[in-house]
Design a protein around this ligand. Structure first.
Ligand code: AFP
Length: 298
């Protein structure tokens, strides 16, 4: 089975990009090893005012050090840091955006969580999603699965017992499907969001929502449907962050034939105003995103 490095070579990635992707994806092993000793909350909050889990902090510090030491990364924006970090000693021009541990409220109940990463080759962590050079996520489930795009379709890899990633599937095509999940309390949904969800339910839509974006998106990538974290009547920004969460996942969705939107426009076309820029998000099968935008236009 094709290894990650073999795939990246065959996809024409420049050696430094391959090195960076292999380095980041290898951190799944130490992150998994850190689960047992980092079960508590850290007693701190991130810049979005969310309580940080010990594993959030550990994963953030761990990946940050690896990236700084690599000399490959000029800028790093992390969901767990208030500001962009700059590494002036870097010899390459990559900028990395990351959510080091997505779905942290599920750590203590042993449900699937993940790491989301986007890579720009322009040295600017506050770029539009459409300018990503690569995007990936590692999903820590029964298997450790890496989903990646370098702009030539989406491929999945599973980590074997030696720590090597071997190709599972690809190019992955996201089908039209009926799985849906939505964040935000039902009582706070807007009329347009409610109309959209009801339209899916009328067609036999199946609700699946775990509280981990990576895990919820991964099944939509495979089976089709839509993940939503909408604007609500009391919060017009939604909860998810454009740079760390929406853009890398949206780039993957688009490469698989899906789409991402805030209800009006593709999120990939929006330049983050600041690292923690929040946005309403809908990501999934392109037919459903088209319908969503029609409902928002009505
Ligand atoms: P973090 O664990 O990185 O803070 O992200 C969690 C998350 O942004 C996303 O992974 C989930 O889909 C969403 O929040 C869940 O939010 P609710 O608990 O409000 O449904």
């Amino acid at each position: 089975m094709t290894t990650l490095r073999e795939y990246l070579d065959s996809a024409g990635c420049e050696p430094a990009l391959s090195d960076l992707i292999v380095l980041i994806s290898a951190q799944a092993a130490p992150i998994r090893d850190a689960f047992i000793s980092n079960q508590s909350y850290a007693g701190t909050e991130n810049s979005s005012g969310e309580e940080q889990a010990a594993l959030d902090v550990w994963s953030d510090e761990h990946i940050t050090k690896i990236l700084e030491d690599s000399g490959l990364v000029k800028e790093l924006a992390s969901e767990e840091k208030p500001d962009i970090l700059k590494f002036p000693g870097a010899t390459e021009n990559y900028a990395v955006v990351m959510d080091p541990l997505d779905g942290s409220s599920l750590i203590q109940v042993n449900l699937c969580v993940g790491t989301i990463v986007g890579i720009y080759d322009n040295g600017d962590a506050l770029s539009k999603g459409e300018d990503l050079r690569a995007a990936m996520y590692m999903l820590y489930g029964p298997m450790t699965v890496l989903t990646i795009t370098v702009g030539k379709g989406v491929f999945t890899f599973a980590m074997d017992e030696t720590g090597e990633y071997r190709m599972l599937d690809g190019p992955v095509k996201m089908p039209e499907g009926k799985i849906y999940g939505s964040g935000g309390l039902n009582k706070d949904w807007t009329e347009k969001h409610r109309n959209f969800i009801e339209s899916i339910e009328k067609e036999g839509g199946k609700l699946r929502y775990s509280g981990s974006f990576v895990a919820d998106f991964h099944q939509i990538l495979k089976y089709g449907g839509v993940y939503c974290y909408p604007a609500t009547i009391d919060n017009n920004t939604g909860k998810l962050r454009l740079a760390f969460e929406a853009n890398p996942i949206g780039f993957i969705a688009k490469q698989a034939g899906g789409a991402i939107s805030d209800g009006h426009t593709s999120l990939l076309e929006i330049k983050p105003e600041k690292p923690h820029h929040k946005t309403p998000i809908y990501v999934g099968s392109s037919g459903l995103i088209k319908r969503l935008e029609e409902i928002y236009r009505e």
